[in-house]
Design a protein around this ligand. Structure first.
Ligand code: 4LM
Length: 402
């Protein structure tokens, strides 16, 4: 496998703020211009033809690229330690554009059994209509991967930590087994972000993101990204994006993402600090039956998470001792936290995966895939920790003592 570029050229935040943009080339404008255009004019028909043929660099039409988006893509590639990146209109747009670019009828995919609901639908229901076989296995048990992979396996796909139940998967170990069988590895790094883990440096071939979440950080847009080798990314841009999904990111959303990513390190550090402190308060609380946070020593993959991740992320899942009804009372009782899906925003968000983000699983699938009906998900925000924990604890008390 070809080795992708090391991301360790300059510090993380330095690259998050400066990579891919030189104000001196843009009248000193500190921020990149927002290029609001659908098309690009050519000096001559010959120039346009050679750009279309891929013989000379340059833009042709905004479905294939835009200079504001290009700055964002260079920055993303640097942060993830990949050769190239493609920014698209949503996380699902990124996953579909990548997979549509390479799979054909008869191919197989092995995926972890816990995935964001719409990813699960695309893989499990969407692709099967086109002759692609997807096997869902528990990728924390490497023997299950070895048993499921065949010479027809194109991709091994997983999230880590998994949405919503926070299982942690060993990226390097999965990549080794997959590569030995000629399959390529896609890691959805939405929960992790490149600040917490860089899957390509651990052996993954592709990283995908819902940039709607931590990378944007402010809940004001939908976006996705694919990062990987330049030749593969060219295929994803010219096939998966241009011809198969058309999931184009706007220049303005590219600009907002560049703004959000400047503070990614600061925000992630605060998300992680708040989440770890809150998880420690919740563990052992009489209202809490089970809690899933990889920074707690009780988490089954605590040792793996400690070596694979810089810190443990901003997401917590829990089951209340009083089950689903207590969970609903808890979510209905929060005052500072908001009842909403999505994650990675400044605001703390609580939601019920079984009926919301993961409602495309049938009841049987949910149980088989370890997503319990009583599970409550918290996306821990950036609020003052004392205010946040007071809100969560008062809601837990109300839920417990009702
Ligand atoms: C949610 N998640 O969980 P777009 N990959 C992961 C995700 O969590 C999501 C996507 C991809 C949630 C949305 C409502 C790990 C989304 C899909 O929504 O297409 O940008 O990302 O609350």
């Amino acid at each position: 496998m070809k080795t992708q570029r090391s991301s360790r050229l300059r510090g993380f935040s330095t690259r998050a703020i400066h990579e891919g943009y030189d104000p001196g080339s843009h009248h000193g404008s500190l921020n990149p211009p927002v290029y609001l255009n659908a098309t690009y004019s050519f000096d001559s028909i010959a120039q346009g033809q050679s750009r279309f043929a891929g013989e000379t660099p340059g833009y042709v039409y905004a479905r294939v690229g835009n200079p504001t988006q290009a700055v964002l893509e260079q920055r993303l590639a640097s942060l993830e330690g990949g050769e190239a990146a493609l920014a698209v209109a949503s996380g699902i747009g990124a996953i579909t554009a990548l997979i549509w670019s390479f799979v054909r009828s008869g191919d197989e995919i092995v995926a972890d059994k816990t995935l964001y609901g719409c990813t699960f639908s695309f893989l499990g229901q969407g692709l099967s209509r086109f002759g692609v076989t997807v096997r869902f296995v528990d990728l924390t048990v490497l023997e299950e991967l070895a048993a499921a992979i065949t010479p027809a396996t194109q991709f091994v796909f997983f999230e880590t930590p998994t949405n919503p139940n926070m299982r942690v998967i060993d990226i390097a170990a999965v990549a080794k087994i997959a590569h030995d069988q000629g399959a390529r590895v896609i890691v959805d790094n939405t929960y992790g972000t490149p600040w917490l883990q860089r899957p390509i440096e651990l052996g993954a071939d592709f990283v995908v993101h819902s940039m709607t979440k931590y990378l944007s950080g402010h809940g004001d847009l939908l976006a996705g990204a694919v990062i990987g080798l330049a030749e593969d990314l060219l295929a994803v841009r010219t096939v998966g994006l241009k011809d198969m999904t058309g999931a184009v990111l706007s220049a303005f959303d590219s600009f907002l993402l560049l703004r959000g990513i400047k503070t990614l390190e600061l925000r992630m550090a605060r998300h992680c600090d708040n989440a770890l402190a809150l998880a420690r308060q919740l563990e052992g609380h009489p209202a809490v039956g089970s809690i899933y946070y990889p920074g707690l020593q009780s988490h089954p993959q605590f040792a793996l998470a400690s070596r694979q991740m810089t810190a443990f992320g901003g997401m917590i899942a829990l089951e209340l001792a009083g089950g689903y009804e207590a969970g609903v009372r808890f979510m209905d009782s929060v005052k500072l936290a908001q009842r909403a899906v999505s994650l990675g925003d400044a605001e703390t968000l609580v939601q019920h995966p079984a009926s919301m983000t993961h409602n495309n699983y049938t009841e049987e699938e949910r149980e088989a895939h370890g997503i319990s009906f009583g599970l409550v998900r918290i996306s821990v925000g950036l609020e003052n920790l004392e205010d946040l924990s007071a809100d969560i604890l008062q809601a837990l008390d109300l839920a417990h003592n009702a």
